[in-house]
Design a protein around this ligand. Structure first.
Ligand SMILES: *[C@@H]1O[C@H](CO)[C@@H](O)[C@H](O)[C@H]1NC(C)=O
Ligand SMILES: *[C@@H]1O[C@H](CO)[C@@H](O)[C@H](O)[C@H]1NC(C)=O
Length: 436
């Protein structure tokens, strides 16, 4: 496929999951964990925002989807402990990171594969995890009540031969579109990939790959993108938005724009954990923004400790009841860029990053490959009318220079003849001799 193939917008596909009327109990933490605060590590009132998705499922697939969303949610909490504690504000997409790494694990073998599965929490799911992702991706791209689209793309260094099975599996299970890396692109080989990501995210995610990040040792770049744009079931009146004090951790007070409304929403007061949870549904009711607000003004640290405990996060989304409340939510925008190599290593995914020890023989049989980069960029904008959010995860696979020792030499230090040849037709377009 040419690189143009990647730019073609995927046609919306109807699928049978849409027809399901199952009560949608399962909650997929699609993305977007955000902690709002200030200058130093702080904050108070608004703490953790979880945009969760109630996934509508056919019964037969429901258990698998719940198992996958549970794994992704748990992975997300481990990741939160790595990347969010030292930041006042952060946003990332657990779905995007988890699915991109799970897709990449299709090419991993041995200990590299088992470490990835353990870190991603998918060991018990076995190979079916990929089919479960396939269904999830189809589902998400069939949604009509909000704008939601997600996609995967694989950019391959044209000079190397990838195991066809890897391309086949990523195409079948992750709808990944394959294109060549354009090493001679104007603006550098990173530009077409950054342009692709921007196109998939309505220009919200730009410049993920820095100039110079792709070189001759790059074998492939795997990309996952997600874009979400939902209108609130009940919007906030803009005239109600006013500047108001926000109590940061450490006692500082900052003025922020706060949206107001008196309305009936689902909330819960979880006194045993010292946290209140509110659900703000988007039009259609399938997607919601959950806000987990510590009861104590300086309770964010306790809430973060709670989230560090296994299987606590999903409890936040249950047991909410309709209550008429006076609601005040900040209007905010957060943008985060993360390099996930170290966090993922600290979470147990060590071998995949090691040029010496990684085993990606499912991608190229004979070469020593490793993950050189896992980059993530995400943006969320919470406004009176709704929420727009987007993210991209970019995984670079490179050759290890270390383990590719030259087995022979070719040193052109004496006169030679050369041919410039069309490899497809066999035509010699130019021929010459060089004698110094
Ligand atoms: C999100 O949706 C709203 C309402 O449909 C629209 O006005 C806005 O332009 C959209 N935002 C983006 C970034 O597409
Ligand atoms: C050039 O063509 C030959 C056969 O015609 C093939 O074996 C070889 O892989 C091709 N090289 C490249 C770089 O495509």
């Amino acid at each position: 496929m040419t690189s143009d193939g990647v730019y073609k917008k995927k046609k919306k596909k109807k699928n049978h999951y849409l027809n399901c009327n199952t009560v949608c109990k399962s909650v997929q933490i699609l993305s977007f964990v955000s902690a709002v605060s200030s200058s130093e590590r702080t904050t108070m009132i608004l703490v953790t925002v979880l945009l969760a998705v109630a996934v509508q499922l056919a019964n037969a697939d429901q258990q698998q989807q719940v198992a996958l969303s549970t794994a992704s949610a748990s992975f997300s909490q481990n990741l939160y402990q790595q990347v969010a504690l030292d930041k006042p504000n952060v946003i990332y997409s657990p779905y995007s990171i988890h699915s991109a790494l799970t897709m990449t694990s299709l090419g991993a073998k041995g200990d590299t594969a088992s470490e990835m599965s353990t870190t991603l929490g998918i060991t018990a799911l076995g190979d079916s995890v990929h089919l479960t992702y396939k269904e999830l991706i189809q589902q998400m791209n069939s949604v009509t009540e909000v704008q939601l689209h997600t996609g995967n793309a694989i950019f391959v260094n044209p000079y190397y031969h990838i195991n066809p099975k890897f391309i086949e599996d990523t195409t079948n299970d992750y709808s990944a579109r394959t294109a060549n890396i354009d090493l001679a692109a104007d603006g550098g080989p990173e530009k077409p990939i950054n342009d692709y990501i921007a196109a998939q995210t309505e220009d919200m995610i730009k410049g993920v790959l820095q100039p110079g990040s792709i070189d001759g040792s790059t074998l492939m770049i795997l990309v996952n993108t997600i874009f979400f744009n939902g209108t609130w079931e009940e919007t906030f009146a803009t005239y109600q938005t006013r500047s108001q004090s926000f109590n940061q951790l450490g006692g500082a007070v900052k003025q922020v724009d706060m949206m107001h409304d008196d309305r009936t929403i689902k909330i819960k007061r979880d006194d045993s954990n010292g946290v209140d949870v509110a659900e703000l549904p988007f039009k259609g009711g399938r997607f919601s923004l959950y806000i987990a607000l510590p009861q104590k003004v300086d309770g964010i640290t306790d809430l973060e400790k709670l989230l560090a405990q296994p299987n606590k996060v999903n409890d936040l989304f249950t047991g909410l009841n309709y209550v008429r409340v006076q609601l005040a939510i900040p209007k905010f925008k957060t943008e985060t860029k993360l390099t996930l190599n170290k966090p993922l290593k600290d979470m147990g995914m060590v071998k995949a990053f090691s040029p010496m020890a990684a085993d990606f023989t499912g991608i190229v049989q004979s070469s020593q490959l490793y993950i050189s980069d896992v980059l993530h960029k995400a943006v969320i904008e919470v406004q009176e009318t709704g929420t727009v959010a987007a993210a991209a995860t970019v995984i670079g696979i490179s050759f290890s220079a270390v383990l590719l020792p030259p087995s022979d030499t070719f040193i052109a230090d004496h006169p030679f003849v050369y041919f410039l040849r069309d490899n497809q037709t066999g035509q010699i377009l130019f021929q010459g001799k060089f004698s110094g």
